[in-house]
Design a protein around this ligand. Sequence first.
Ligand SMILES: [Zn+2]
Length: 433
Amino acid sequence: MSRSFSRCLLVLVVAGLAGLVALWFYLQPPTVTPTTLAPPSPLALSALSEAPDWSKLEVFQNTISRTDFERLLTTVFTTGNAWQNFIEITATEARIKTGNSGTAALFHLRFATPGHTAPTPRQWHMAADLPPAPTAKPLSGLRIAIDPGHLGGHWAQLEERWLAVGNGPPICEGDLTLTVAKLLQPRLTALGATVLLVRSTSEPVTPLRPDDLLPLARTTGRPGQSPAALRQLAERLFYRTAEIHARAQLVNTSLKPDLVLCLHFNADSWGNPLHPILVKHSHLHLLLNGAYTDAELALADQRFALLEKLLHRSHEEEASVGADVADVFAARTGLPPFVYPPDSSTARPVNNHPYLWARNLLANRLYACPVIFMEPYVMNSSNDFARLQAGDYHGLRKINGQLQPSIFREYADSLTDALAQHYAKSRQPTKPQ
Ligand SMILES: [Zn+2]
């Protein structure tokens, strides 16, 4: 064997070995970190909502016991069992998924233990935290925001919250709620409260208009939707979503109240607004935040909001104020309770009180303080409709053959009496001299 031949053979053997090694590496499965196994799934969010900053929940570490957390989660804030896909409760902490994928980061909320309970941080005052007040000013030191539901004037037609009978003027829910708000404001102020209106005209709070929301409607709507359907979706995003987000921004960053009163008038479905179906019955109920559905829990922003609400402990305050408001309102008006079907997946009763229900509405979810969402009367009941059409007046008037007060004053006076009673008994008592 010549030296050149043996060198050539050596080169071939080395090259062959190198090739085998390369082939071996090539055939091995790639070593990757778990996060690169699949592209991260996009965060599921509600329309116009931003990805939540979970670090904001850090302030709630050690503020709630496991028992209270589990009780509120399962008896007030959820309607199904899907929360178990996102929240794992151990003896010492709740492990909360911040996203939807299997590899989503977890937020760890440590439970309070006996002797190690941190105070709950909040920017609003509970009634029990308020110092004693003079008898004539039971609301002194309290900031109340009044949110007249919906929009008024020509916007009411867009919202489809209006109806008319015969040649009478149309009644628009957004104008009715503003009338009540303007009667309520001086009454609550006289009792010592600082009262702020979330809306004081028929105009929207949001600077956005339906045209601005058409691009979003195109990306979120079903493919192949007609221009008319897209337009309707953009309108709904305007008055239902963008408007409530703008009000929440105002409430949370500027008004900073201790309590928000969302004023509404309920209605049964009335069909054609120019020939509405009139019904005989009327009723009352109040809504508190809670009853998140399984589908809502799957959205990161709503899951975060649920936890923020639960951890702020605003439910206890809403239930306490709500029970007194409902009792006084019902006694004064004689309205029977509205009842949701027992198998409802969007509402659940609160503390077995006949008038109190938990529901997850955009306003009572986004306003970062206790919210009482009023749903009295039925706009298309024959008696309530006649009273609404009569407008506001002093004293009593014969309507439907019966002497009746202005429905707007009855609404405002019932709320005023209820809040006066509630705060007089719930705030700190005067110390004996
Ligand atoms: Zn309404």
